[in-house]
Design a protein around this ligand. Sequence first.
Ligand SMILES: [Zn+2]
Length: 101
Amino acid sequence: MFCPNCGAQIEDGAPLCPHCGTPILAANAQSAAPGDPKKAKDKPSLLLLILSALLPAVGLILFFVFEKRSPYRAKSCFRGALIGVALILLLLVIFLIRLFH
Ligand SMILES: [Zn+2]
């Protein structure tokens, strides 16, 4: 590998560049990090699913908000919204059946 500061070739895993003293591990961690923490945070969320089930409109909005940044969260919101809509329809059907019998 090469030093990000001075470009000198250095041993893999060396903590410092022997030529200029730049800390290599920290530089590597910083350059490798940006993708990972976001992915670690993006998990299916039961809380979002329940919230979306209770408020399907909010769930759909959250789905569009999370869609690009957090696909798993977006899926939770979308499923929750579907469950919420299904429950509302179910209650509506039960209500209508009772109304007409
Ligand atoms: Zn260097």
